[in-house]
Write a protein that binds this ligand. Structure first.
Ligand code: CS2
Length: 528
């Protein structure tokens, strides 16, 4: 097969495949998306596609990769088109998405990305850059010593980080008298909009103070320097404010909760989709039927009519976000690490393991009381739906994929609920096993699990620690220090003790013994 999915070939696709039925040529860009990976393409881009099909014309997406050229290389020859394969145990439905108009690769051409971000037609910047790209230090503040942050402060015109791109483009828009875009974070972080807002203000403060210093040396750039000269003291005063003050007061950062399971595309998927399309698609995206987006409705520069297509617009996304992070993502991490240690390669297989299934029920029972009680959350219906989603045999969602970046994910998925329980005088026996299983799975790489089976930004430091053969409790405490888990929290020590106890069981008898110690599956004495 030599032909390729594109504007020219789309009309020839078999009739059962849904295609964009709007004039793509008439659409103008309105959104820049940072982190144009599979998740974005299964989620936000699909919602925007629905709005474009409904007749909106000014919300086309400019997709930006902050790291690799792979997505751009796959999609540019296809005019930005790709297939979304919506997979249920009962079968698959294909839909071609047309909302991505152009693709940029930041490391190749940061100027082009800044040009897109300063285009006055752009009114929203969305982000899915994954937890670790927010560059938070162990205490949650901006990691100002990170080499990319240091780089971006020294080279504001050619940034590498999302912070650098957002700060520079907002500064330029402000200098040009163009209104700010709204920043819509779509990553699995708690209070994701507020968190990014706080980090960007920190970054802007560092920029402001550099500009003041540079200005003293006669090197300041025009525009920003004027503002910077006012220093922090001018924040909120009648005079021109710092960039930090501008970001704090004039840029909206609504929080949002995003949800759709998106397993990595395999070559088998590519072949199957090509056969169904009758043409090649270099990077189709696999997903499930379920899709949810809850967004705080603060868009001073306007937004697509997402609410027409199932998006819930709310005042406060907090309760939805907590429920999703603690019940879906928390269970996902538990299934991933216990699944890996039990030899299960995919979520549906791990979830079909009666011991893991039981564990997840009890994990939910531990996490549910930590959720806001007065927000009308229907946790019974929610967990029932999660159980059905985790059982989807068509997804083949790999446990190793979810296992990545545990140090960045566990704080909001597991540690927060465990600490809330301890504070309330309740036990976090199941939640703490997820932390222990993460540590055990990290340590098992290169042993019972393949080397590099999944990765974590802390890998070098973790491997160093594992090589020191510390007593279990000391090792658990050292991992907590490294990852910043429960930093400064009065219940930290208690949580470490729970984790250490599980680690001893995992070491002695694997997940079977650790689960048996919780009364799941075999009795502790019978596992040998
Ligand atoms: C998963 C999430 O990889 C992971 O860590 O838990 O990507 C999960 O599939 C999504 O958040 C679902 O919305």
């Amino acid at each position: 097969m030599t032909s390729r999915l594109s504007n020219a070939t789309i009309a020839k696709l078999p009739g059962a495949i849904a295609i964009p039925r709007y004039d793509r040529g008439a659409v103008t860009p309105g959104i820049v998306h940072l982190g144009v990976g599979a998740f974005h393409r299964a989620h936000q881009a699909a919602y925007v596609d629905a709005c474009l099909a409904d007749g909106e014309t000014d919300w086309g997406i400019v997709g930006v990769s902050l790291r690799s050229p792979d997505t751009r290389d796959a999609l540019t020859p296809q005019d930005g088109l790709y297939t979304l394969a919506i997979r249920a145990s009962a079968g698959e439905r294909l839909q071609v998405i047309g909302s991505i108009q152009s693709l940029l690769v930041a490391p190749e051409d940061p100027c082009a990305v800044l040009a897109a971000l300063t285009d006055p037609r752009i009114r929203i910047v969305t982000l899915t850059i994954t937890e670790k790209a927010y560059l938070r230090a162990a205490d949650g503040t901006l990691d100002s010593a990170h080499p990319d942050i240091v780089h971006d402060l020294a080279n504001p015109g050619s940034p590498k980080t999302a912070h650098g791109f957002l700060a520079e483009s907002l500064a330029r828009r402000r200098a040009a008298g163009a209104p700010a875009f709204t920043v819509l974070c779509c990553d699995n972080l708690p209070a994701n909009g507020a968190t990014l807002h706080r980090l960007l203000i920190e970054f802007a403060k560092l920029r402001d103070s550099r500009l003041v210093r540079k200005d003293d040396a006669g090197l300041a750039r025009q525009g920003d320097a004027e503002a910077a000269r006012q220093g922090d003291a001018a924040h909120g005063s009648a005079g021109e404010r710092t960039l930090a003050g501008y970001v704090a007061d004039d840029v909206a950062f609504p929080s949002s909760m995003v949800d759709r399971i998106v397993p990595a595309t395999t070559d088998t998927d590519r072949k199957r989709i090509a056969q169904q399309l009758g043409t090649e698609d270099a990077w189709p995206v696999m997903t499930e039927p379920f899709c949810q987006w809850v967004i705080e409705d603060r868009f001073p520069a306007g937004r697509p009519a997402w609410e027409k297509f199932g998006v819930t617009m709310v005042e406060d996304v907090g309760p939805f976000e907590d429920m999703k992070l603690r019940l879906l993502n928390g269970a996902h991490s538990g299934i991933a690490y216990l699944g890996l240690l039990s030899g299960h390669a995919t979520v549906d297989r791990a979830f079909a393991d009666p011991a893991i299934r039981q564990f997840v029920d009890w994990l939910w029972a531990e996490a549910i009381p930590t959720l806001p009680q007065d927000a009308g959350l229907d946790t019974i219906a929610y967990t029932a739906e999660l159980a059905a989603r985790f059982s989807n045999t068509a997804l083949a969602h790999r446990t190793a994929q979810i296992a990545n970046d545990g140090s960045q994910k566990l704080p909001q998925r597991i540690v927060a609920s465990a600490l809330a329980r301890l504070e309330a005088g309740l036990l976090p026996e199941h939640l703490s096993l997820v932390v222990a299983a993460w540590i055990a799975a990290c340590a098992a790489r290169g042993g019972t699990l393949p080397e590099g089976h999944f990765t974590d930004p802390l890998d070098a430091a973790l491997n160093d620690l594992f090589g020191r053969n510390l007593p279990t409790a000391e090792m658990a405490a050292a991992v907590f220090d490294l990852a910043g888990f429960a930093k400064g929290h009065p219940e930290r020590q208690k949580l470490i003790e729970f984790v250490a106890t599980h680690l001893v069981h995992l070491k002695q008898g694997g997940p079977k013994l650790a689960l048996a110690a919780l009364g799941i599956g075999a009795e502790p004495g019978s596992t040998g």
